[in-house]
Design a protein around this ligand. Sequence first.
Ligand SMILES: [Zn+2]
Length: 304
Amino acid sequence: MTGRRSAASLLGVLAVFGIAAADIGARPGAQDPQVTLAARAVQPGEVVRVDVTCRCESAPLRVRTPAGETALFGISSASEAGATRWQGLVGLDLETQAGAYPLAVYEPGRDAPSHTLDLRVVAKVFATRRLRVSPGFVEPLPADLPRIEQEATALEALFKSVTPRLWHGPFVTPVAARATSNFGTRSVFNGQPRAPHAGVDFSSAAGVSVVAPGAGRIVFAGELFFTGNTVIIDHGLGLFSLLAHLSVVTVRQNDIVERGMLVGRVGATGRATGPHLHWGVRLNGARVDPLSLLFATGRDERES
Ligand SMILES: [Zn+2]
């Protein structure tokens, strides 16, 4: 489901949206706009929140990265007297190279950025596990390859769509269980590297409730080769959750779900060695650690 990715897509951007900000007054003489970043770390696989406060027009701001992707998302909210506050989420794919990536903030109708800053991505080494296993364990049967390829293509296309924002406020964990810190782990089976683990696993007994970590629309509810019974939620603005290995799916495609609403139950369907929940998150194509999304969206009580 990962495969080779173009450099341009490694730095996935962005979701900028207005938030209620009538009470945020810009200090006279303060830099305008003011741009700050919030993240657990600015590293591969992390979600970085960009906060912009400006005396700008009540139209969406843009944030642009050097990868050349222009992302123009937003919900214009009437600017009250004083400054308006905007927020965006930048996803750093787990294979992003370390380095400084200029991040530019654009106001509507302007070609020149009103603010730029360097997003300094610090290198991160993910754990590698080397295993000797029977070839049948890792090599899919030739007969399964067309299905695997077709599903991977369909998922990549799905993750490219950008729809209006449906989530509000902080994300929550989709199951009442402890997360293992296995995001980004690379497995090498019999000397052959596999795709890195693009999600986080929660150890849980089968049958435990799995809920939507944030509001959104169900864009897939069905069975896939690797992830078994799977629910994919489009939260809007290029942000997706994938919930895998479910024993039961309780939603249907096109259902709208609110945060905390039941979508299925923990299971071991697909390529799973035992019951657990796999939660993967895509942000404008970037494979990011769901736990970093919890952090990036969980620290702003002002958002409506
Ligand atoms: Zn997993």
